[in-house]
Design a protein around this ligand. Structure first.
Ligand code: ATP
Ligand code: MG
Length: 420
């Protein structure tokens, strides 16, 4: 094994590709910032108990995928596998829900860790941007989040994603359904592990991706036939609001999602260009989560969008993001005096917000011009002793190849007017 190798299931973001990740995070965050969501950042690890209770003891995340460890001080911690439990924990700790301004709307962006079998679109370290609206039961809030995610993806230029929508019912109607489903599942020809799952968390069997299991599930009872009147009305309202916003979705009566805490509205964003890792994001309502982690009743809704898979989706669709040029002006000094003068000019340009870079090290003109080309700069300024003696620098337009002398004292203003 090479010494220079990232751990299994991880990869590095390096230029120029890394710019895409920044742009995706920014594009997902922009509609949230514009809709009353405040930025929150929580630690990369939490007490393992938070996830065990909050994500669910019977989920794959907790049973198989969590990086849990004991510290030297004896604390039981886990690298965060997802964001919602941490955000809710932080909101409760800071008493944000008591400030009389519900819902508390928060967004976050960061790294998450799951011990999974690595494959394309499935990594052990990945990044998400997420949003949570805590402490309100209002179909407009569920609709808002779905609309904002749709807007984020569209602003990136993604077109062929689909929104799958379902309702998981609430603590009144879901138990009745759960039992009906359990009875149905017991009659099927399933392996031992799946039967065990049917006992602990039968809804998740619906999510089984194996064709032979899916075939047997064709006639499974559906939650939508068991929804209580309140859940039905709530779901209908969500559907109407997103339809009125012009956001297309598909009803998916078998959509359940992997986490235990979801109630009512559940949705997933899928992209068909990604093979089996097709979910680019997902979310839903989690009215019971706060109580599950020891807090008061706080009905809430949220989503998390996967940055890695969103980048893959952009590539699958052939979308080229319009990324700002990282360098607009590149300075090439020839000689010590020129180094001092041009370094000052670069600093001045940067202060004006113009992206500028400098030829460092003692390269010759040829090597320096190569760096200028590679930087993607629109303009290069070159100066040698003779130029400075005449009080000028050479301004080269890298697109047309034109070059002309501009006064040393005029060059910054000249570039500002050209690039402004
Ligand atoms: P999957 O069914 O593909 O395992 P999930 O239901 O576990 O997804 P969530 O917990 O809902 O995923 O996370 C939200 C988003 O985060 C996913 O839609 C996906 O884009 C991304 N994501 C989740 N796990 C990974 C991973 N291991 N590697 C890369 N992205 C991931
Ligand atoms: Mg998963």
């Amino acid at each position: 094994m090479s010494t220079f190798q990232a751990p299994k299931g991880t990869y590095d973001l390096i230029p120029p590709e890394s710019a895409k990740y920044l742009a995706v995070r920014e594009a997902i965050a922009a509609p949230l910032r514009n809709s009353g969501y405040g930025y929150i950042e929580t630690p990369g690890f939490e007490n393992v108990e938070l996830f065990a209770r909050g994500v669910g003891e019977s989920t794959d995340i907790v049973t198989k995928e969590m990086y849990a460890f004991e510290t030297k001080g004896g604390d039981q911690l886990a690298l965060r596998p997802e964001g919602t439990a941490s955000v809710l924990r932080a909101a409760l700790e800071a008493n944000l829900h008591k400030l009389g301004n519900l819902p508390v709307k928060l967004w976050y962006s960061g790294s998450y860790y799951r011990y999974e079998r690595p494959q394309k679109g499935r990594y052990r370290h990945f990044s998400q941007v997420g949003a949570e609206a805590i402490g309100a039961e209002d179909p407009a809030l569920d609709a808002e989040l779905i609309i904002l995610a749709d807007q984020a993806y569209r602003s990136l230029g993604l077109r062929t994603f689909r929104i799958l929508l379902n309702s998981l019912g609430d603590k009144e109607c879901r138990p009745v359904y759960r039992e009906a489903l359990q009875n149905f599942l017991r009659g099927l020809d399933l392996d031992e592990e799946t039967l065990r799952r049917a006992d602990i968390n039968p809804l998740r069997v619906l999510d089984d991706k194996r064709p032979d299991v899916q075939k047997q599930l064709t006639d499974a009872p559906l939650l939508r036939d068991y929804l209580c009147d309140a859940c039905k009305a709530y779901h209908e309202e969500v559907r109407e609001l997103i339809t009125a916003a012009g956001v297309a979705f598909e009803d998916d009566p078998k959509l359940v999602r992997g986490l235990d805490y979801y109630t009512r509205t559940t949705f997933e964003f899928v992209h068909d260009g990604l093979g089996s890792q097709s979910a680019v994001g997902g979310g839903g309502r989690y009215d019971g989560l706060s109580e599950m982690i020891g807090g008061p009743a706080l009905p809430s809704v949220g989503w998390a969008l996967g940055v890695d898979r969103t980048v893959l989706a952009l590539e699958a669709e052939g979308v080229e993001l319009e990324l700002p040029a990282s360098t607009s002006v590149f300075a090439v000094p020839l000689g010590d005096e020129a180094r001092r003068v041009l370094f000052t000019k670069v600093t001045e340009l940067r202060k004006l917000g113009i992206a500028a870079d400098f030829s460092y090290g003692s390269k010759g003109l040829k090597g320096a011009m190569k760096s200028a080309n590679r930087s993607g700069a629109r303009y290069t300024i070159v100066a040698g002793e003779r130029d400075l003696a005449e009080g000028v620098v050479q301004l080269k337009d890298m697109e047309s190849g034109d070059q002309r002398a501009v006064g040393v004292n005029e060059i910054v203003a000249e570039l500002e007017s050209k690039l402004g």
